[in-house]
Design a protein around this ligand. Sequence first.
Ligand code: 13P
Ligand code: SF4
Length: 344
Amino acid sequence: MSYTQAQISAEAHRLYGLLACVSKSKAAKWTLQDCLDAAPYTLAINELKKEKNAVVLAHSYTTPDLVYGVADFRGDSYQLAQQARTCEADVIVFAGVWFMAETAKILNPTKRVLIPAGRAGCTLADSMTAQDVQKLRAQHPGVPALCYINSSAEVKAQCDACVTSGNVFDIAQKMPGNELIFVPDLLMAQNIEIELKRCGTPKRIIASGGSCCVHDKYLPQHVENLRAAYPHIVVLAHPECAPDVCKLCDYVGSTKGMADYVSQSSAALFGMLTEFGLVNRLEAEHPDKQFIWPFGVCSYMKKNNLLNTLGALVNPRADQIVEVDATVADGALKSIEKMFELTK
Ligand code: 13P
Ligand code: SF4
């Protein structure tokens, strides 16, 4: 595929119109030259999408050239799962991590699901096996088990329902009994216990020991530093952060929850205890607001790029094609569908 200078320039200016306010690193913004470099790829990917009847779903933690250059839909884990479930295209290109693409395949098994990053892991999903859940369930017979969507299909298949960061507190509250197994995020499990107690519906949460390698690095000191440096700052965090961090924040929620909070807030300055990609999305969508981000990059999400997205569409490598064992998929589907049923 080759494009004229005029086509490349027009595409670069389209991208730059969206990305001019977006940080490329802590010290630099996206430039017109960055967009000129990206344009031949975004043009080719968008042309191939039409040719192959493909859609690109991108998690907000992937890079802005994917999110604004080629994605047909961008969002959090729940929104992307919903999109995958109802998708009518022949091919779903999932710019995210493996468990997300696997969930898409389980929800819409007749589609060809591709993940540009290949088998991009997640420290939560990789922390637990199906056998670990079976052991935990055997130790606590009769106790319902929830798994965070950041888990493998095998783990999902062993649980009664799956949750995302956007519906975890509601679904935990709806589960029967006063005990609950929650895997694989220990910090989120602690946040559930605190939130259910606050709501007057306490439960003992039986947890495993996984954590997100991005969000588990935030400390109370980081919130205190933000407040000391910027007295009017509004601090937002993801529920994968530790409870002693969350309790100091103004809002705790999913990536969509944080984005909605910013849209509805009259504040102008936000501290973001989450991954850089969400900060980039908010910069693109709220050029009138400022976002202070201490640190936090998910190297797994960042394995997706324009080059491997193009490669996956042209001729996918075996590790970019998502397949799930039929028996495992059947069990995992029940747990994911239970989540949709229980979500308000
Ligand atoms: P969200 O569902 O809130 O986007 O979270 C996904 C994730 O992996 C957070 O680290
Ligand atoms: Fe997993 Fe953390 Fe990356 Fe989210 S940010 S995909 S939880 S490692």
